[in-house]
Design a binder for this molecule. Structure first.
Ligand code: MG
Length: 332
């Protein structure tokens, strides 16, 4: 059988053979507790730590499920891991629930699990339990929901900005959203999604110190993340347009399609507030990592009405509004 059949999700022998023979062999990070993914029990265990941990969950719906630079598996694993990372937590263990449409190629499903495994291997984290169901997934072929827990290295919130802090972004902005939009429109471009785990860059910054606030600019993009951080911290953020790293392909596409690159999703980036006295060291540390090599300081935090302002390339100043919705449907 080369395609997912309704009976594959019915909990019987067919499902058991799909999981054991087709899916599990694609996963290498299957747990390190007493009960692991191999046991196919009702749950699994993982080593605990003293004190609090961070937990997060996210359903991932992306059209198309395989896109330039990644697929829904990589997106789910990196997206969930990155929500842990921006809270200062090293990803430890994940649960994954997949709902797939009947008729979805089994080879494609294997690819999704291999992509999840690649991300987890890079992080040294494990997929310890999961669920697969076959059903109506609406206007997409597959929905991947991942839940992750992480060990806190240093708890960082998205509300910790203080006047004087510098705003750092760990790389180019708008790559994921514009790559998905281009794929949806059937446009041939060289642009790839930036989807990747950001823990290396976050960890490098935390080792230097002085990080006051973090957020991953996914849906809503840089504009959404900055507005949320400004509101929750009760401060004004002023960014400089010419300092925001944007790929030429993203710039061209965004002009062509009339979409603001600051409002579309990123899946391998972090926005940080960093104490001004230490920002140069933090920037060097982030740039020494692969995922953070294009990091830049793009602005500063000031006292004032909570909002985001941008010094434009032509010398004016305008308010960067919180996006109303995502201009790209089914993006992450
Ligand atoms: Mg987030």
């Amino acid at each position: 059988m080369s395609k997912v059949h309704r009976e594959h999700g019915a909990g019987g022998e067919l499902m058991e053979s799909l999981i054991k023979e087709e899916l599990l062999p694609n996963l290498t990070m299957r747990g390190e507790g007493t009960v692991t993914l191999d046991d196919l029990d009702d749950g699994a265990t993982f080593p605990s730590v003293d004190g609090e941990m961070v937990m997060t969950t996210d359903a991932h719906i992306v059209d198309p499920p395989f896109f330039p630079g990644g697929d829904v598996g990589k997106l789910a694993a990196a997206g969930t891991a990155n929500d842990l990372a921006v809270m200062g937590a090293k990803p430890v263990a994940f649960a994954c629930s997949v709902v797939v449409r009947e008729g979805f190629p089994i080879d494609d499903l294997k690819r999704v699990y291999r992509s999840i495994d690649e991300v987890l291997s890079e992080l040294g984290a494990h997929l310890i339990t999961g669920d697969t169901k076959v059903g109506n997934t609406g206007d997409v072929d597959i929905v991947v929901t991942m839940t992750g827990v992480g060990e806190i290295v240093e708890l960082v919130r998205d509300c910790g900005l203080r006047p004087g802090d510098k705003i750092v972004v760990t790389g180019t902005v708008g790559d994921h959203g514009m790559a998905i939009l281009a794929a949806q429109q059937g446009l041939e471009t060289d642009l790839e999604s930036d989807v990747a785990p950001v823990w290396d860059a976050v960890n490098a910054a935390l080792e230097v110190g002085g990080v006051t606030s973090m957020k991953d600019p996914t849906r809503g993009g840089l504009a959404g993340a900055l507005n949320e951080m400004a509101e929750k911290s009760g401060v004004r953020i002023v960014i400089e347009e010419e300092r925001i790293p944007i790929r030429e392909e993203v710039r061209v596409l965004s002009e062509m399609l009339g979409v603001n690159p600051l409002e579309v999703a990123n899946e391998g980036k972090v926005v940080m507030g960093v104490r001004p006295d230490i920002v140069d060291d933090v920037l060097d540390a982030i740039r020494s990592t692969e995922v953070g090599k294009n990091a830049e300081v793009i602005g500063v935090v000031e006292e004032g009405t909570p909002r985001v302002e941008m010094e434009t390339e032509v010398g004016g100043r305008r308010i960067v509004e919180k996006p109303i919705g995502d201009p790209v449907p089914r993006v992450c």
